[in-house]
Design a protein around this ligand. Structure first.
Ligand code: FES
Length: 131
C-alpha cells in the first residue's frame, strides 16, 4: 500500500489525473513547498490542501478507525469527511476545505483522533465553503 507520493521535492507532478483548467487561478504553475508525512512536496498553489495533495499524487489521506482501510477525498466540498488529515498539529481537518499554504505540515490521519491540543484550539474553523 502506497502512503505517500513518490515525487521528489523539485519535481512538478506529472502522474496525476488532476490538472488545472487553462486560465484558472494557480494554473500559471505557481507552486508551494509543504510537508506530507515528513516528506517534502512541491504542490500547486491557490487550491485546497486536498486538491494540492491529489495533484502531487497522494492517494491515501487517512485510515478508518475500525478496519484501517485507506481513504481519500471523495466529494471535495466538505460533505463526506473522507479527506481528514492533521494540519500543523491539528487533527481532523477537512483537507478539501483548507487552502494550501507554504510550509504546511500535513500528516495522514490514522484511525480515530482525540480533540486538538488545548494550545491549538484557536485554529480557525472552516465552513463548507472554506471561509
Ligand atoms: S472530500 Fe469530502 S469532506 Fe473533504
Amino acid at each position: 500500500m502506497t502512503t505517500q507520493s513518490t515525487q521528489t521535492p523539485t519535481q512538478t507532478p506529472t502522474h496525476t489525473l488532476f490538472k488545472p483548467l487553462a486560465g484558472a487561478q494557480g494554473a500559471a504553475g505557481a507552486n508551494v513547498a509543504i510537508w506530507f508525512n515528513d516528506q517534502p512536496l512541491t504542490v500547486p498553489d491557490a487550491r485546497s490542501v486536498a486538491a494540492a495533495l491529489l495533484a502531487a499524487g497522494v492517494s491515501r489521506f487517512r485510515a478508518t478507525p475500525v478496519s484501517g482501510a485507506p481513504r481519500a477525498p471523495f466529494c471535495m466540498m466538505g460533505a463526506c469527511f473522507e479527506c481528514l488529515v492533521e494540519i500543523d498539529g491539528v487533527p481532523s481537518r477537512q483537507a478539501c476545505m483548507v487552502e494550501v499554504k507554504a510550509g504546511m505540515r500535513i500528516r495522514s490521519q490514522e484511525g480515530a483522533r482525540d480533540l486538538p491540543p488545548a494550545n491549538l484550539t484557536d485554529a480557525p474553523m472552516e465552513n463548507a465553503h472554506g471561509r
